[in-house]
Design a protein around this ligand. Structure first.
Ligand code: B12
Length: 209
């Protein structure tokens, strides 16, 4: 099925009401919800993520688009689940222990959901045990966010929690985090924005490239 340009534009421009209206109208016409998601909504979020990586759009536009995407996802998710559409992989994400910043984490989670992953959002102030439980419940990758230089070192503790399980990929991010730090603590991946985070997950799980 071809891209529905109006839906692509509405998601990319963060027009929540338009997304709701177009999605409902397409469903009434019998359009397949998976195709709507894959051919129009996800490309809109991916393209926006790329533009964000190039500093062509900024956090407010991302948040507004992410909300519009979520509005569409809320309508489509139950229908897609009914059809037994399998997510690409199951992931968990959380802000590490001691840290309450969650705006960046939420953006990353939304981008990943938009890209077709099942994302378990563990919230903020997460200790290693919480991530370990999510892995026991099927998460194939663990995504850690930290915004404080004082909480960032806790990422090392989470990485070491999984050192005997190399199939579990640990991916980190947040304003003070760098690729150098990720290498230093042995994390499998790092991204400095939500658009890149999707690509890093794909790479770490061997789904692309
Ligand atoms: C908003 C904010 C708050 C809000 C948080 C609200 C919320 N619900 O998140 C409130 C007011 C609660 C807050 C509190 C505090 N804050 Co504050 N806060 C900020 C601020 C202004 C913006 C952060 C933000 O949301 N950025 C926008 C998002 C979209 O960007 P981001 O988080 O970096 O995420 C992007 C990338 O980093 C990446 N990413 C993020 N996570 C992940 C994860 C993965 C896996 C990947 C791949 C990528 C990735 O993708 C995201 C999207 O592109 C920053 C300033 C700044 N410049 O960062 C200070 C800042 C982080 N805060 C700071 C401080 C000091 C605090 C407090 C200690 C203040 C105090 N004395 O109480 C408390 C700490 C509370 C706690 N225990 O966590 C300092 C940290 C300094 C330091 N060196 O550690 C900063 C830098 C401000 C400053 N310049 O001093 N804060």
């Amino acid at each position: 099925m071809a891209k529905i340009q109006a839906l692509y534009d509405a998601v990319g421009k963060g027009k929540r009401k338009d997304v709701e209206q177009i999605v409902n109208a397409e469903l009434a016409k019998g359009t397949n919800p998976v195709e709507m998601l894959m051919d129009s909504m996800i490309p809109a979020m991916r393209d926006l993520g790329d533009r964000f990586s190039r500093n062509e759009v900024y956090v407010p536009e991302m948040l507004i688009a992410a909300r519009a995407m979520q509005t569409g996802l809320n309508i489509l998710e139950p229908l897609i689940a009914q059809r037994g559409h399998k997510p690409l992989a199951k992931l968990c994400i959380g802000t590490v222990k001691g840290d309450l910043h969650d705006i960046g984490k939420n953006l990353v989670a939304m981008m990943l959901k938009g890209a077709g992953y099942e994302v378990v959002d563990l919230g903020v102030d997460c200790d290693a045990e919480k991530f370990a439980k999510a892995v026991e419940q099927g998460s194939q990758a663990v995504l850690l966010s930290a915004l404080l230089t004082t909480t960032m070192p806790y990422m090392k503790e989470v990485v070491s929690r999984f050192k005997d399980r190399p199939q579990v990929k640990v991916i980190i991010g947040g304003a003070p985090v760098t690729q150098q730090y990720a290498d230093e603590i042995g994390a499998h991946g790092y991204a400095d924005n939500a658009g890149e985070a999707v690509k890093v997950v794909e790479r770490c799980l061997g789904l692309k490239g």
